[in-house]
Design a binder for this molecule. Sequence first.
Ligand SMILES: Cc1cc2nc3c(=O)[nH]c(=O)nc-3n(C[C@H](O)[C@H](O)[C@H](O)COP(=O)(O)O)c2cc1C
Length: 168
Amino acid sequence: MRLRRSMRKFTDVPLTPEQVETLMRSALMSPSSKGKHAWHFVVVDEKAQLAALSRCKSAGADFVADAPLAIVVCGDPTESDVWIEDASVAATVLMYQAEDMGLGACWVQLRQRYDAEGTPAEDNVRAICGIPAELQPVAVVAVGHKGMERKPFNEERLLWEKVHIGTF
Ligand SMILES: Cc1cc2nc3c(=O)[nH]c(=O)nc-3n(C[C@H](O)[C@H](O)[C@H](O)COP(=O)(O)O)c2cc1C
Protein backbone atom coordinates (compact mmCIF):
# COMPACT_ATOMS: atom_id res chain seq x y z
CA MET A 1 0.00 0.00 0.00
CA ARG A 2 2.78 2.43 0.93
CA LEU A 3 4.92 1.77 -2.14
CA ARG A 4 2.39 1.36 -4.96
CA ARG A 5 2.16 4.19 -7.45
CA SER A 6 0.77 4.13 -10.96
CA MET A 7 3.55 3.07 -13.34
CA ARG A 8 3.26 4.23 -16.95
CA LYS A 9 6.85 3.56 -18.05
CA PHE A 10 8.23 0.06 -18.45
CA THR A 11 11.52 -1.56 -19.40
CA ASP A 12 11.72 -3.94 -22.37
CA VAL A 13 12.16 -6.95 -20.09
CA PRO A 14 9.27 -9.36 -20.67
CA LEU A 15 7.45 -11.01 -17.80
CA THR A 16 8.10 -14.69 -17.26
CA PRO A 17 5.26 -17.19 -17.62
CA GLU A 18 5.58 -17.76 -13.84
CA GLN A 19 5.08 -14.05 -13.15
CA VAL A 20 2.02 -13.94 -15.38
CA GLU A 21 0.64 -17.03 -13.66
CA THR A 22 1.21 -15.48 -10.21
CA LEU A 23 -0.63 -12.33 -11.28
CA MET A 24 -3.58 -14.29 -12.64
CA ARG A 25 -3.65 -16.64 -9.65
CA SER A 26 -4.11 -13.57 -7.44
CA ALA A 27 -6.83 -12.13 -9.66
CA LEU A 28 -8.70 -15.43 -9.51
CA MET A 29 -8.52 -15.29 -5.69
CA SER A 30 -10.18 -11.86 -5.58
CA PRO A 31 -13.15 -11.50 -3.30
CA SER A 32 -16.43 -11.22 -5.21
CA SER A 33 -20.06 -10.59 -4.29
CA LYS A 34 -21.75 -13.84 -3.26
CA GLY A 35 -18.60 -15.59 -4.50
CA LYS A 36 -19.95 -15.31 -8.05
CA HIS A 37 -16.63 -14.32 -9.65
CA ALA A 38 -18.41 -12.12 -12.17
CA TRP A 39 -15.33 -11.48 -14.25
CA HIS A 40 -13.20 -12.71 -17.12
CA PHE A 41 -9.62 -11.74 -17.92
CA VAL A 42 -7.88 -11.44 -21.28
CA VAL A 43 -4.10 -11.61 -20.97
CA VAL A 44 -2.40 -9.74 -23.80
CA ASP A 45 1.33 -9.77 -24.64
CA GLU A 46 1.28 -9.36 -28.45
CA LYS A 47 2.90 -6.06 -29.48
CA ALA A 48 0.32 -5.23 -32.14
CA GLN A 49 -2.56 -5.98 -29.78
CA LEU A 50 -0.97 -3.87 -27.02
CA ALA A 51 -0.56 -1.02 -29.52
CA ALA A 52 -4.22 -1.33 -30.50
CA LEU A 53 -5.27 -1.26 -26.84
CA SER A 54 -3.22 1.91 -26.34
CA ARG A 55 -5.51 3.59 -28.91
CA CYS A 56 -8.78 2.35 -27.41
CA LYS A 57 -9.59 5.86 -26.15
CA SER A 58 -8.51 9.37 -27.00
CA ALA A 59 -6.22 9.89 -23.99
CA GLY A 60 -4.72 8.13 -21.00
CA ALA A 61 -3.84 4.79 -22.56
CA ASP A 62 -0.75 5.53 -24.72
CA PHE A 63 1.67 3.80 -22.36
CA VAL A 64 -0.03 0.42 -22.88
CA ALA A 65 1.84 0.18 -26.22
CA ASP A 66 5.16 -0.04 -24.34
CA ALA A 67 4.01 -2.44 -21.62
CA PRO A 68 5.01 -6.10 -21.92
CA LEU A 69 1.63 -7.19 -20.58
CA ALA A 70 -1.92 -5.92 -20.35
CA ILE A 71 -4.74 -7.66 -18.58
CA VAL A 72 -8.22 -6.73 -19.76
CA VAL A 73 -10.58 -7.12 -16.83
CA CYS A 74 -14.18 -7.70 -17.91
CA GLY A 75 -17.28 -7.76 -15.76
CA ASP A 76 -19.99 -10.33 -16.44
CA PRO A 77 -23.51 -8.88 -15.97
CA THR A 78 -24.97 -12.34 -16.69
CA GLU A 79 -23.33 -13.60 -13.48
CA SER A 80 -23.98 -10.72 -11.07
CA ASP A 81 -25.71 -7.37 -10.78
CA VAL A 82 -22.58 -5.99 -9.10
CA TRP A 83 -20.12 -6.93 -11.84
CA ILE A 84 -18.51 -3.47 -11.76
CA GLU A 85 -17.50 -4.00 -8.15
CA ASP A 86 -16.25 -7.55 -8.76
CA ALA A 87 -14.18 -6.45 -11.76
CA SER A 88 -12.85 -3.37 -9.95
CA VAL A 89 -11.73 -5.43 -6.97
CA ALA A 90 -9.93 -7.86 -9.30
CA ALA A 91 -8.20 -5.01 -11.14
CA THR A 92 -7.09 -3.56 -7.80
CA VAL A 93 -5.81 -6.93 -6.62
CA LEU A 94 -3.76 -7.19 -9.83
CA MET A 95 -2.12 -3.82 -9.19
CA TYR A 96 -1.14 -4.67 -5.61
CA GLN A 97 0.05 -8.16 -6.59
CA ALA A 98 2.25 -6.52 -9.23
CA GLU A 99 3.71 -4.16 -6.62
CA ASP A 100 4.35 -7.09 -4.28
CA MET A 101 6.38 -8.72 -7.06
CA GLY A 102 8.41 -5.52 -7.57
CA LEU A 103 6.58 -4.81 -10.83
CA GLY A 104 4.71 -1.69 -11.85
CA ALA A 105 1.10 -1.42 -13.00
CA CYS A 106 -1.50 1.13 -14.00
CA TRP A 107 -5.26 1.01 -14.45
CA VAL A 108 -6.69 2.25 -17.75
CA GLN A 109 -10.30 3.34 -17.43
CA LEU A 110 -12.74 2.12 -20.08
CA ARG A 111 -16.29 2.82 -18.96
CA GLN A 112 -17.47 6.33 -19.93
CA ARG A 113 -14.37 6.82 -22.09
CA TYR A 114 -14.33 7.25 -25.89
CA ASP A 115 -11.94 7.47 -28.81
CA ALA A 116 -11.65 10.58 -31.00
CA GLU A 117 -14.56 9.38 -33.19
CA GLY A 118 -16.82 8.93 -30.17
CA THR A 119 -16.67 5.14 -30.14
CA PRO A 120 -16.83 3.75 -26.58
CA ALA A 121 -13.45 2.44 -25.41
CA GLU A 122 -15.20 -0.77 -24.32
CA ASP A 123 -16.34 -1.46 -27.90
CA ASN A 124 -12.81 -0.95 -29.19
CA VAL A 125 -11.39 -3.29 -26.54
CA ARG A 126 -14.07 -5.90 -27.31
CA ALA A 127 -13.10 -5.82 -30.98
CA ILE A 128 -9.34 -5.93 -30.29
CA CYS A 129 -9.62 -8.91 -27.95
CA GLY A 130 -12.62 -10.79 -29.35
CA ILE A 131 -14.61 -10.33 -26.16
CA PRO A 132 -18.26 -11.48 -26.34
CA ALA A 133 -20.88 -8.71 -26.47
CA GLU A 134 -22.46 -9.69 -23.14
CA LEU A 135 -19.25 -8.97 -21.22
CA GLN A 136 -18.26 -5.45 -20.13
CA PRO A 137 -14.58 -4.51 -20.32
CA VAL A 138 -13.99 -2.47 -17.14
CA ALA A 139 -10.24 -1.84 -17.08
CA VAL A 140 -7.01 -2.59 -18.84
CA VAL A 141 -4.28 -3.15 -16.27
CA ALA A 142 -0.84 -2.61 -17.82
CA VAL A 143 1.95 -4.46 -16.00
CA GLY A 144 5.71 -4.58 -16.44
CA HIS A 145 9.11 -3.96 -14.93
CA LYS A 146 9.26 -0.41 -13.64
CA GLY A 147 10.88 1.96 -16.11
CA MET A 148 11.27 4.80 -13.65
CA GLU A 149 11.32 5.46 -9.94
CA ARG A 150 8.30 6.95 -8.28
CA LYS A 151 8.28 8.28 -4.75
CA PRO A 152 6.03 6.45 -2.33
CA PHE A 153 2.79 8.16 -1.35
CA ASN A 154 3.45 11.17 0.88
CA GLU A 155 1.63 10.15 4.04
CA GLU A 156 1.68 13.74 5.29
CA ARG A 157 -0.89 14.41 2.55
CA LEU A 158 -3.35 11.71 3.59
CA LEU A 159 -6.88 13.17 3.55
CA TRP A 160 -7.78 12.41 7.14
CA GLU A 161 -10.58 15.01 6.89
CA LYS A 162 -12.41 12.46 4.73
CA VAL A 163 -12.52 10.02 7.64
CA HIS A 164 -15.59 10.57 9.79
CA ILE A 165 -15.83 8.89 13.15
CA GLY A 166 -19.28 7.63 14.12
CA THR A 167 -21.30 10.25 12.23
CA PHE A 168 -20.42 12.35 9.20
C1 LIG B 1 -10.73 3.92 -11.60
C2 LIG B 1 -9.37 4.40 -12.05
C3 LIG B 1 -9.20 4.76 -13.37
C4 LIG B 1 -7.95 5.18 -13.82
N1 LIG B 1 -7.77 5.45 -15.14
C5 LIG B 1 -6.55 5.77 -15.60
C6 LIG B 1 -6.33 5.94 -17.00
O1 LIG B 1 -7.20 5.75 -17.83
N2 LIG B 1 -5.06 6.28 -17.40
C7 LIG B 1 -4.04 6.47 -16.51
O2 LIG B 1 -2.92 6.79 -16.95
N3 LIG B 1 -4.22 6.31 -15.18
C8 LIG B 1 -5.44 5.94 -14.71
N4 LIG B 1 -5.63 5.71 -13.37
C9 LIG B 1 -4.53 5.94 -12.42
C10 LIG B 1 -4.76 7.23 -11.62
O3 LIG B 1 -4.50 8.35 -12.45
C11 LIG B 1 -3.85 7.23 -10.37
O4 LIG B 1 -4.18 6.13 -9.56
C12 LIG B 1 -3.97 8.50 -9.57
O5 LIG B 1 -3.54 9.62 -10.30
C13 LIG B 1 -3.14 8.42 -8.27
O6 LIG B 1 -1.78 8.15 -8.57
P1 LIG B 1 -1.03 6.87 -7.99
O7 LIG B 1 -1.78 5.66 -8.44
O8 LIG B 1 0.35 6.94 -8.56
O9 LIG B 1 -1.01 6.96 -6.49
C14 LIG B 1 -6.86 5.27 -12.91
C15 LIG B 1 -7.05 4.88 -11.58
C16 LIG B 1 -8.27 4.42 -11.17
C17 LIG B 1 -8.43 3.95 -9.75
